[in-house]
Design a protein around this ligand. Structure first.
Ligand SMILES: [Zn+2]
Length: 381
């Protein structure tokens, strides 16, 4: 089934804020320039769009858009003619010059309708602008001016949603000041920011601030339980570590999923090291050589993370790290082998190996040395 994330009810948590926004819309108290500020995983972008959809909905429900009227259907695909977007962009292999938001509108719609929580970094990766920073420049400001002169086509209002106004440069900001301060009738600017301190002051002072708080724990748990197959304990810890940020929760979960193979190798390596089974350790090192340098480095960082987490567990502070149940089972037995007597030496051995691999050292020698070192270090607990 197709989910329209831009309905209020599809946005994780934020009940109090949704209630306030809906009331403000009903009372026609929405300012012509609203600034939604919250972390990237707070749902700030989805909330701004949900507000626009609700204002346009032809069959408003008490607490949400209907989701079925002509306007809602167009919002679902983000193709409503009165809904406009501006967001940071840069040149890519495909768009070699004069990149504007319009150059990437189909990518924007695709990413946003897939899931309206994504980071600035994810957006740049999706566009393929690589390591460059995106910005909202003069050309975008001119496009915004042009789009906003016309009266709304279909709805009562027209909307310009500016994602990350902190990436707007001074030229663009100057061009837009007057428009944002005194927009034509029935024109609303919704600015969606993650860092209010970086917004040009003259723009900032012309907006009305809405703080989007972290997602409450209960809603976060419900979201995670609906999305992943987690035990109650995993859900609990993940929820707390996410600190109310949906993206952070997803990131932690995905990293752990991707690392389950690493966990198996790590367990074997530690068991063989403890039992001083040198032949098996060398076989294991041999296996790892086949992984290639990038994977080897990732594996070594994973080992560091495991060592750190097990050390923390040993200090009885288990609640500050997230681990899957599988990791936890293992750690219950393993953590007593990582103590203040060996944690630093193990950590630096891993660091050194990663650094040698990075500098094109002989992988077989580096990894064999490392596993042999472990046979000593693990017994120093
Ligand atoms: Zn509707």
């Amino acid at each position: 089934m197709y989910i329209c994330y831009m309905l209020f009810k599809e946005i994780t948590g934020q009940y109090e804020l949704k209630r306030q926004l809906i009331q403000a819309i009903k009372d026609k108290r929405i300012s012509h320039a609203q600034l939604f500020v919250g972390s990237e995983g707070s749902g700030n972008l989805a909330l701004a769009i949900a507000c626009a959809q609700y204002i346009c909905c032809q069959n408003k429900q008490d607490d949400d858009s209907c989701g079925h009227c002509k306007s809602c259907i167009k919002f679902q695909k983000l193709v409503h003619p009165d809904l406009h977007f501006a967001f940071p962009v840069n040149t890519t292999n495909k768009v070699k010059k004069d990149a504007t938001s319009d150059s990437f509108i189909s990518e924007w719609r695709k990413l946003l309708t897939g899931f309206p929580y994504f980071s600035e970094r994810t957006w740049y990766e999706y566009l393929g602008i690589e390591n460059k920073q995106g910005n909202i420049g003069k050309l975008d400001a001119e496009a915004i001016q042009q789009k906003m002169i016309f009266k709304p086509f279909e709805a009562e209002c027209k909307f310009m949603i500016i994602w990350l106004p902190e990436r707007m440069n001074a030229t663009a900001a100057n061009k837009l000041l007057k428009l944002i301060e005194e927009p034509p009738a029935n024109t609303l600017f919704f600015l969606v920011s993650k860092n209010i301190d970086q917004i040009i002051k003259t723009i900032l002072s012309r907006t009305q601030l809405i703080r989007v708080p972290p997602v409450d724990e209960q809603s976060m748990k419900k979201m995670l339980a609906g999305k992943y197959d987690l035990s109650p304990n995993e859900t609990q810890v993940l929820t707390r570590l996410s600190a109310g940020d949906v993206l952070k929760a997803i990131k932690i979960y995905e990293r752990h999923e991707a690392e389950q193979d690493f966990l198996d190798s790590f367990k074997l390596m530690m068991r063989f090291a403890y039992e001083q089974r040198f032949v098996e350790l060398l076989d294991l090192a041999e296996e790892m050589v086949k992984l290639g340098r990038e994977q080897q480095k990732s594996f070594l960082y994973f080992c560091q993370q495991m060592i750190r987490e097990n050390f923390i567990m040993n200090l009885q502070m288990q609640n500050i790290v997230y681990s899957t149940d599988k990791e936890k089972d293992f750690s219950q037995k393993f953590s007593k082998f990582i103590t203040s007597k060996n944690v630093e030496s193990i950590y630096s051995a891993l660091n050194l190996a990663a650094s040698h691999i990075e500098h094109n050292g002989n992988q077989k020698i580096i990894l064999s040395d490392l596993t042999i070192k472990f046979t000593q270090l693990i017994r120093k607990a």
